[in-house]
Design a protein around this ligand. Structure first.
Ligand SMILES: *Cc1c(COP(=O)(O)O)cnc(C)c1O
Length: 377
């Protein structure tokens, strides 16, 4: 089976993991955790980075640090992976869902602005939904598939309406807007190292921020909130959300490989665009000249989505439909959904992601392209 987006273990992973096993430093502390955090902060251009057990737990901790709770709303795009909305629900808050821009497949900022101007109000320097008076402390943009929206506009809207920005940049390691790395725009950003992401630690995540107090607090909350180095004194309800050293060892090795992976992703998307653009009604996600995306997961749009999915998967070329839009999942059907012609559904019905592991060969890219072209013959 040709994997959709599988791990590429081709550097110092064995060496660093063996070092953990040989020395016994496998668990919740160790030098690889520190090193992985340092490398991540440097790469993202932030002052601090705190490793977590997953991207989902990173998002949860960020929301907790903003005191997001029951009776609050968090604004987020309607097309995202479920982890975004799950992390919001863990706090008791509810997502307000924004429909999708048909070209970039990111949150539609026109709809966002419309919503903020017409349906919210500012009281005591905070944003409230007019119709029920509940607070909207946070907006959580998602850099869907590693692409990014107009971040200047998003940040300006957030500032104007007193929203804290927490970036779900879990898909966007190596993506830039006007030369600035994803995750470094908001008060906090997050990364994921799940097996299908651009680099992997098996499972893991990261919080990045320029705010020292928040970084310290994130470390505290992810390590059971122990407040004394000797006695088991804990000063609040904490979480066991840390990344283990043996996973961080993999992370350090993968970070060393990241520039090469980013280069390969660019070659993969260029290959597919070259081979498939103009074939039938196939089109690609549109990227603004301000954005330098990581091309994490090449995805095509066509009215014959199901046929393409079938032919690829039948030939052991793993491909997947886009995520079911959040408003169509039973947990969120009752949530406020700010939409225009439900473009999320249109995109969902037509998009599919195609094999793009960084160790895919040009011959395999050609074989996938040929199979897709067969549908349109
Ligand atoms: C991968 C991902 C996450 C986090 O996933 P984990 O598996 O918990 O690391 C969160 N949001 C989005 C949009 C993702 O793609």
């Amino acid at each position: 089976m040709l994997l959709l987006s599988g791990p590429n273990i081709c550097g110092n992973e064995w060496k660093y993991v063996k070092d953990c096993l040989d020395t016994g430093w496998v668990s919740s502390v160790g030098s690889y955790v520190d090193q992985f955090e340092k490398m991540s902060a440097e790469f993202a251009g932030t002052k601090y980075a705190v490793a977590t057990s997953s991207g989902t737990t990173a998002l949860h901790i960020c929301l907790l640090m903003m005191d997001v709770g029951a009776d609050d709303y968090v604004i987020t795009p309607n097309i995202t992976f479920i982890a975004t909305c799950n992390s919001i629900r863990y706090t008791g808050a509810q997502p307000i869902l924004i429909d999708t821009d048909e070209h970039s497949w990111q949150m539609d900022l026109n709809l966002l602005e419309d919503f903020l101007v017409n349906q919210t109000e500012t009281r005591n320097g905070a944003c409230y939904l007019k119709k029920d008076g509940k607070r909207i402390p946070v907006i959580m943009p998602v850099h869907v598939l590693g692409n990014m929206c107009d971040m200047d506009r998003l940040m300006a809207l957030a500032k104007q309406h007193h929203l804290t920005v927490i970036e779900d940049s879990t898909e966007a390691l190596g993506s830039y807007y006007k030369g600035k790395h994803a995750g470094s725009f908001g008060l906090m950003g997050t990364f994921s190292y799940n097996g299908n992401k651009i680099i992997t630690t098996g499972g893991g995540g990261m919080i990045v921020t320029d705010d020292e107090a928040l970084a310290k607090k994130a470390k505290h909350l992810t390590t059971q909130a122990k407040s004394d180095p000797f006695e088991y004194i804990h000063d609040e309800i904490g979480y066991n959300y840390r990344l283990v050293n043996v996973a961080a060892a993999m992370g350090v090795a993968q970070m060393e490989l990241l520039p090469g992976f980013l280069q390969r992703k660019k070659e993969i998307i260029a290959f597919y665009q070259n081979a498939l653009n103009g074939v039938g009604d196939i089109s690609f996600q549109q990227v603004s000249p301000d954005v330098n995306p990581n091309w994490w997961l090449p995805t095509i749009q066509t009215s014959r989505q199901r046929e393409v999915l079938n032919i690829l998967n039948n030939h052991k070329m793993q491909s997947r439909p886009f995520w079911v839009p959040m408003n169509q999942l039973r947990m969120f059907t009752g949530n406020q959904y700010i939409q225009q012609n439900d473009r999320s559904d249109y995109i969902y019905q037509r998009c599919l992601s195609i094999p793009c592991s960084t160790n895919i060969t040009d011959e395999q890219l050609q074989a996938v392209s040929n199979k897709i072209r067969e549908v349109f013959k």
